[in-house]
Design a binder for this molecule. Structure first.
Ligand code: FES
Length: 257
């Protein structure tokens, strides 16, 4: 599907956790085309960076309403500006962009950390009615508002927090081997901090389970024209995360996977 510019209209922009917002935009063509794992590139017209776009993962779509859900955390001036955009405002939106997740599997295991959980929400919905297990991690329980988001669409939910305030104390990858042994999984999907994804992919490889990873890189054009997002592939070639990803087979970008 070719990426297109669409004038999106803000239908909601609400605080859902500390520093985290759910933005709903009305963009019917984009909602009809979007696949799990893809992203949109929003132009944020703040005065300090008027030309820059911000890549944001698609966290859900409602094709009948013609809307997309985007969940973002305030991390700088652009997203801070975005958090103040009111309902009814128009946003210049490019998308859907990138290559999303391949859905061929029977027993998926989703492993996410922090804001990397956002694209996994849409993925989980697309994988229904297959039995879905989600392993999610955060620094503290306040970051795991995702539990309520995933509960309606998954069969098994495991939590970890760095400080032990919810679920198992530690990291997702600490409990991943034990979880894999209990589940007969045939596909791991992971998105979050790069060290977490690399380790999750290595563990999946140990158990002969295919693994797809969704990378996050700085982006400029979003269309494959500037190389700002390129990363090293395991074959020695550079990969454009915006067009060849953000989803890759783990072995394409992580050595030993
Ligand atoms: Fe320009 Fe990917 S952001 S090539």
């Amino acid at each position: 599907m070719t990426a297109r510019l669409e004038e999106a209209v803000v239908a909601a922009n609400e605080l859902i956790a500390a520093g985290v917002y759910r933005l709903v935009i009305h963009a019917p063509r984009m909602a009809a085309a979007a696949q799990p794992g893809q992203f949109v590139h929003l132009k944020v017209n703040n005065l300090t960076a008027p030309l820059l776009r911000r890549p944001i993962s698609i966290a859900d779509t409602d094709q009948s309403a013609g809307t997309l859900d985007l969940i973002y955390r305030i991390v700088g001036g652009g997203t801070a500006f975005l958090s103040g955009v009111p309902v009814g405002e128009h946003l210049d939106c490019l998308g859907p962009l990138g290559k999303g997740f391949a859905l061929e599997c029977e027993r998926p295991l989703l492993v996410g950390g922090g804001m990397g959980l956002a694209p996994l929400v849409y993925l989980a919905k697309a994988l229904c009615p297959r039995p879905i297990t989600v392993l999610m991690g955060g620094r503290t329980k306040d970051e795991l508002f995702w539990e309520d988001v995933f509960a309606p669409v998954c069969d098994q939910l495991r939590l970890t927090t760095d400080d032990g305030t919810a679920g198992t104390r530690g990291y997702t990858v600490d409990v991943l081997p034990e979880l894999i042994k209990t589940g007969n999984f045939d596909q791991v999907y992971t998105c979050g901090p790069r060290p977490m994804m690399e380790q999750a992919a290595r563990i999946a490889k140990q158990y002969n389970i295919a693994c797809q990873v969704s990378l996050e890189e700085y982006m400029a054009c979003g269309l494959g024209g500037c190389l700002a997002c390129s990363c090293a592939g395991t074959d020695g070639k550079r990969r454009k995360v915006c067009t060849e990803g953000p989803v890759f087979q783990a072995g394409e970008v992580f050595g030993g996977c």
